[in-house]
Design a protein around this ligand. Structure first.
Ligand code: CDP
Ligand code: CDP
Length: 213
């Protein structure tokens, strides 16, 4: 690892992406939303008529998935055949199937490799489910961002998105391959009663303190 990555993990709608994006801006690091990569694989399979629940078919399709990355300011974007994927990744069908695809070890191996490669060329704030536990287990900068289930459901509903977050969290926590978990050395940030600015300040202060140690 050439740069110490900032690892931010947590369940759905805990505020990970919002907070990670702002911290990346502050530090002038690149923000990487790894959920978008799992969503892009799921979206691609659906586009090609491949059943995301057919593990053998998914594994066979993996080497041919033309995923690459772009940049929008300090934000890394996912590109598929020249097309930057944005709203496509947030649809109901992708929401309902992404955790099934993300439970396949071969899918994880491919995406984790891409995630680590990213950090070889530039410093990153990376957000997901297994960043502190699996992708960058040696980084000293690990944060587990959470909020009560009620608060998270309300946050997602306020965005006008249909998303069964409880079901996704259950699948993500219970899967065998790299389940959603707080790394033992990650700092827990319960954002149930915190504003976005308060969460950013809390994590930025911790990073600053560690950098000056
Ligand atoms: O934004 P939200 O928290 O709702 O989801 P996301 O970060 O876009 O992640 C979508 C799904 O991808 C998760 O529910 C996980 O199944 C999977 N994922 C994962 O397994 N590992 C990661 N590092 C990131 C996402
Ligand atoms: O990435 P993740 O799914 O964990 O959450 P997000 O997409 O960053 O945040 C979900 C929603 O909660 C967004 O609309 C944020 O503006 C909001 N949010 C909030 O109200 N208070 C926080 N402390 C963090 C996020």
């Amino acid at each position: 690892m050439m740069y110490p990555a900032i690892a931010i993990d947590g369940p759905a709608a805990s505020g990970k992406s919002t907070v990670a994006r702002l911290i990346a801006q502050k530090l002038q690091y690149t923000f990487i939303n790894t959920g978008a990569m799992y969503r892009a694989v799921t979206w691609y399979l659906l586009q090609r008529g491949i059943n995301p629940q057919d593990t053998a078919a998914v594994v066979a399709a993996l080497p041919g998935i033309p995923l690459s990355f772009g940049k929008d300011g300090s934000v890394s974007t996912v590109v598929c055949e020249g097309r930057t994927l944005t709203d496509e990744l947030k649809g109901q069908e992708v929401n309902g199937l992404v955790s099934t695809v993300a439970a396949i070890p071969e899918v994880r191996a491919l995406l984790v490799r891409k995630q680590r490669e990213y950090n070889e060329s530039e410093p990153v704030v990376m957000e997901g489910r297994d960043i502190g536990t699996v992708v960058f287990p040696d980084t000293p900068f690990k944060y587990f961002v959470t909020a009560s289930e009620e608060v998270r459901a309300a946050r997602r509903a306020a965005e006008g998105i249909t998303d069964s977050i409880a079901e996704r969290d259950k699948k993500d926590t219970q899967r065998a391959a790299s389940p959603l978990a707080q790394a033992p050395d990650a700092r827990l940030v319960d954002t149930s009663d915190m504003s976005i600015d308060e969460v950013v300040a809390c994590i930025a202060d911790d990073i600053r303190a560690k950098l000056t140690q």
